[in-house]
Design a protein around this ligand. Structure first.
Ligand code: SAH
Length: 387
């Protein structure tokens, strides 16, 4: 039986992170299924959504904002939507419990290590956010302190104390963000302890993840997502595969054993560096990764007359763009597997691809984000008339 949450989260009203807070889980899945059918059913068959057996504490990445409340007491939690007020949250029903515990302990440690929280009103203080990422399969945790300057006098004893409390912390990174911006991480980083990254295991492969690289936040469902993408690809071992928007190379590496070669393209340089390490970490010799805009790369492929047999694409919420899709149509791969975290932009892009001579085989929704309104889908497309 799938569990449903009987008591809603006490922070729900102020936090706003879980839009489906009061909806029993089975009903959430039914709603998402309906939504995907409405948006995408016209393109091809929609398979029943893959839900979670235990849909709580699934988030492997937790970001907490640090601030002073009205009484100048240190609080940590989530920004209230559309405001800079921090809703104090010590434990969240969708976040990893170990990550939450690490954040609470860091907050308690601050006075002993003379760490002041950054105060937006006065522009004084130092610590702005703490980000924790945990590999569910390896247990390793990465802690990123986001602060306004690189000066941290008691860093050594701080790391020592944190490791005493949480031996699972494998690396501590100081990220400098001195700009007024909604983006949590700045561009400068200093490794205080460990490798500056952690490892996790997905679908039997090991992956190194550094602080600014994208990594799917629900690893239990990610395995289902990737296995679906791989099934839909129907690889025989002879194919040249393009993994577009590849992040740290997870999809391409997972597919590498069933393809002749895999080329990955990704905009974020840190993620590309991770992807290259990841291929080596798994003893894989048929994957290449390159940094750049996926559309520009696809255009280059079209210009050079290169024709991958299969293209995986997994763009951000905004979907793909005209440059990528029109070049994809020119390259005319026999098969395309589109992984999407927004069915609306997926519908728009499927419109372009189906007008350009592709036919949708099937669509598989996967519930990557229980209790939120977000929906992930995998879509299989064939080139009409291709053998
Ligand atoms: N397939 C990966 C990453 C998916 S997230 C995984 O499953 O983990 C989308 C990725 O697209 C992010 O890593 C982001 O950095 C990258 N990205 C965003 N815009 C891009 C662009 N124009 N060209 C290439 N990559 C882009």
């Amino acid at each position: 039986m799938e569990k449903t949450r009987s008591t809603p989260c006490p922070h729900a009203k102020q936090c706003g992170g879980c839009q489906l807070q009061h909806v029993p889980y089975a009903q959430q899945l039914a709603q998402k299924q309906r939504r995907v059918r409405e948006l995408l059913g016209g393109f091809g068959p929609v398979l029943p959504i893959l839900g979670m057996a235990e849909p709580t504490h699934y988030r492997n990445k937790v970001t907490a904002a640090f601030a002073l409340d009205r009484n100048r007491k240190i609080v940590s939690g989530i920004y209230q939507p559309g405001s800079h007020a921090v809703v104090p949250v010590d434990s969240c029903l969708i976040e990893d419990e170990t990550a939450d515990a690490i954040i609470v302990d860091i907050r308690r440690m601050l006075p002993d290590f003379r760490i002041k929280v950054f105060d937006e009103r006065s522009g004084t203080g130092w610590l702005r956010h703490v980000l924790v990422r945990r590999g569910f399969a390896t247990g390793q945790a990465l802690v990123v302190l986001v602060a306004v300057s690189p000066i941290f006098p008691l860093q050594k004893p701080f790391v020592q104390k944190l490791r005493e409390l949480h031996p699972e912390v494998r690396s501590v990174v100081l990220n400098i963000n001195d700009r007024v911006t909604p983006v949590v991480l700045g561009t400068r980083e200093k490794v205080l302890y460990g490798e500056g990254a952690i490892e996790d295991i997905l679908c039997g492969y090991r992956f190194r993840i550094s602080p600014r690289s994208f990594y799917q936040i629900n690893p239990v469902q990610t395995e289902k997502l990737y296995r679906t993408a791989l099934d839909f690809a129907e690889l025989t071992g002879a194919e040249t595969v393009l993994d577009a928007y590849c992040g740290i190379g997870t999809i391409g590496i997972t597919a590498s054993g069933r393809a002749k070669q895999v080329i990955g393209v990704e905009l974020n340089h840190d993620a590309v560096a991770d992807a290259i390490v990841n291929a080596r970490l798994n003893g894989i010799k048929n994957c290449w990764f390159t940094a750049g805009d996926a559309g520009e790369y696809m255009e280059q492929m079209a210009r050079d007359g290169m024709r991958p047999d299969l293209v995986f694409l997994d763009p951000p919420r905004a979907g793909s763009d005209e440059r990528f899709l029109s070049s994809l149509l020119r390259c005319a791969p026999k098969k395309v597997v589109y992984v999407s975290c927004d069915p609306e932009t997926l519908a728009r892009d499927l419109g372009t691809l189906t007008k350009g001579g592709y036919r949708v085989g099937k669509i598989q929704p996967v519930d990557m984000f229980p209790y939120t309104r977000h929906i992930e889908c995998v879509c299989q497309l064939f080139k009409e008339g291709a053998k």
